[in-house]
Each structure stands twice: as C-alpha cells, then as structure tokens.
Write a protein that binds this ligand. Structure first.
Ligand SMILES: Nc1nc2c(ncn2[C@@H]2O[C@H](COP(=O)(O)OP(=O)(O)O[C@H]3O[C@H](CO)[C@@H](O)[C@H](O)[C@@H]3O)[C@@H](O)[C@H]2O)c(=O)[nH]1
Length: 269
C-alpha cells in the first residue's frame, strides 16, 4: 500500500478532553491512517496537546493552526488542499468528539474501495441511528435533511453528516474556492457539489453518539446559514449554472465574495 493512502482531517475548537483520545484511537486501529488536525486557536490548548503527541506518531500526525475560530467549512477546505498537495488518495472528514466511531473509518474506506466516489457515514439509512442525542438536535438534524432533499432533490438521506470519505478525484474535480458555506451548510454543499458533478455517493450506516466531553459548537447562525444556503444552492443550480461553475478550472465563479473571505484567515506560522 502506498504511504500516502488515507488521511483523516479533524477540525478542532476547544477539544482538550477529546483530542488525544481520538488520535490514539485512530492509530490503535493499525490501518495506516494519517491524521491532520486543523485547530482554530483553541483557547483551551488543544493544539499544544497535538504537538506533544506528534513525537509518538512521526510522519503520521500533522497539525495546522489558525489564529481564530473561522468555521468548520474553511478548516476542511484548508485540510483538503493540504492533503491533495501531498498526494493522499482517500481523504476523510471526522469530528474530534467520538460522535463518529474510529472503527467505522475502515467501513467508509471499504465503500470507496468497492466503487463509491464518496462514502458518507449516515445516521438516516437502515442500520444507522443516534445515541444520547437530545431530541431537539435529532429533530433539527432530521428536519434539515428532509428540507434539503425537498428543495434540492439530492438523493442523500443524511445531508449534514460530517463523517465522510472522499476519493481524491472528487476533491480535485471541485473548485474548492467556490465552496463558501461554513457550518452545516458546508456539509450540504460538499455533497451537493459532488452529486452535481456526477460522482457516486454511498451512505454507510453508522451509529452517531453524542459527545461525553466538551461542548457542541452549534449556534443559531449555523441553522440560519443552512436554511438560506440550501435555497441558494437550488437557485444557483437552476439559474446560475452551478454545476459548471463549481467544476475545477472553471473561469466563472458563483460566489465572487469568497476571495475576500479567504483573506481574513490568518495562519499560525
Ligand atoms: N477548526 C474548527 N473546528 C471546528 C469549528 N467548529 C466546530 N469545529 C469542530 O468540528 C467538529 C464538529 O463540531 P461539533 O460542534 O461537535 O458538531 P455537532 O454539534 O456535534 O454537529 C454534528 O452534527 C452536524 C450536523 O449534522 C455535523 O455537521 C457535524 O459533523 C456533527 O456530526 C468538532 O471536532 C469541533 O471541534 C471551527 O470553527 N473551526
């Protein structure tokens, strides 16, 4: 197996209680996963914990640090570009808090090896589910997925899922600078872009368990962005040739403001 086969990107903001445990759990699988943590200047010292662990996993554990909380979406976009530049063939998204079980990483990988371009760890297909998630979060999440499917007609059950394996070709084909949403809408847009570009998406059932340590970063703005974002995606796909514009090497852009947003991001050297 080539060295640069699989990398798991974990975005973090204040995950001190979880980060060392999840990193150790991924490496304990002995499945040759590399791990990239994108930390947004967590005041609780998450990045320092990752740095201290790097000597245990030389050449396998990486850390990128940004100076402030800039959202899940731009953290992943940075991680995607970082991973593609180094030649990883399978690139994963995963939360830091054990909502996604490390043991399921291999199942997502297998789904891609067996032909899927994008494998989604899905709570809302047969065999999937949630454990210990508050009723209001379940309603919001299921309602959000239903709303997205009704508006976009995208054939994905868990549209906001954050546990994903992409074949590198999918991320290479998408103009990542055109992916503009930050929160749950980012998760929706990545699936929407992959679907619009004709990639095969497979939902693999997973059990999502609520975090035991730390707090969710969910806030009202994320919900608002999701509601409006889905309408925008539909609008752009109907009237603005979204498919062509989100393709890599497209000369036109759907979201000209993205350039400006990017410049706000300051990286820790
Ligand atoms: N770098 C960075 N990381 C962030 C940020 N916001 C959140 N994170 C990290 O992103 C992961 C998920 O954030 P949570 O706040 O734990 O998400 P959740 O409420 O449990 O949301 C779940 O449901 C969402 C909707 O279905 C999913 O999108 C998400 O992946 C997860 O499954 C965690 O590792 C968290 O530290 C940010 O601004 N920057």
């Amino acid at each position: 197996m080539p060295d640069l086969e699989k990398i798991v990107i974990i975005p973090t903001y204040n995950e001190r209680e979880n980060i060392a445990l999840i990193i150790d759990a991924i490496f304990a699988l002995r499945q040759d996963f590399h791990v990239l943590v994108i930390d947004d200047g967590s005041p609780d010292g998450t990045a320092a914990i990752v740095k201290a662990l790097q000597s245990n996993y030389p050449g396998q554990l990486f850390l990128e640090q940004r100076t402030g909380k800039l959202g899940l979406g731009t953290a992943y976009i940075h991680g995607f570009k970082w991973s593609l530049a180094r030649g990883y063939r399978f690139i994963f998204e995963m939360d830091a808090d054990f909502s996604h079980s490390p043991a399921d990483l291999q199942r997502l990988y297998e789904a891609c090896k067996q032909g899927a371009d994008m494998a989604i760890g899905s709570r809302y297909v047969a065999g999937g589910g949630t454990v210990n998630w508050p009723r209001n979060r379940i309603l919001l999440s299921k309602g959000g997925s239903l709303y997205t499917r009704l508006i976009t007609w995208m054939p994905v059950k868990d549209t906001t899922a954050g546990f994903v394996c992409y074949r590198a070709e999918v991320l290479e084909s998408i103009n990542l600078d055109q992916i503009r949403f930050l929160g749950y809408a980012f998760q929706i847009e990545m699936k929407f872009a992959a679907w619009k570009l004709g990639f095969t998406i497979k939902e693999v059932p997973i059990i999502f368990e609520d975090r035991k340590f730390g707090a969710s970063k969910m806030h009202k703005g994320i919900v608002k962005e999701g509601i409006l974002g889905v309408l925008k995606l539909r609008w752009y796909s109907l009237f603005k040739d979204y498919r062509n514009r989100v393709k890599n090497n497209s000369s036109t852009s759907v979201f000209p403001a993205m350039q400006r947003d990017d410049q706000k991001i300051k990286w820790v050297k």
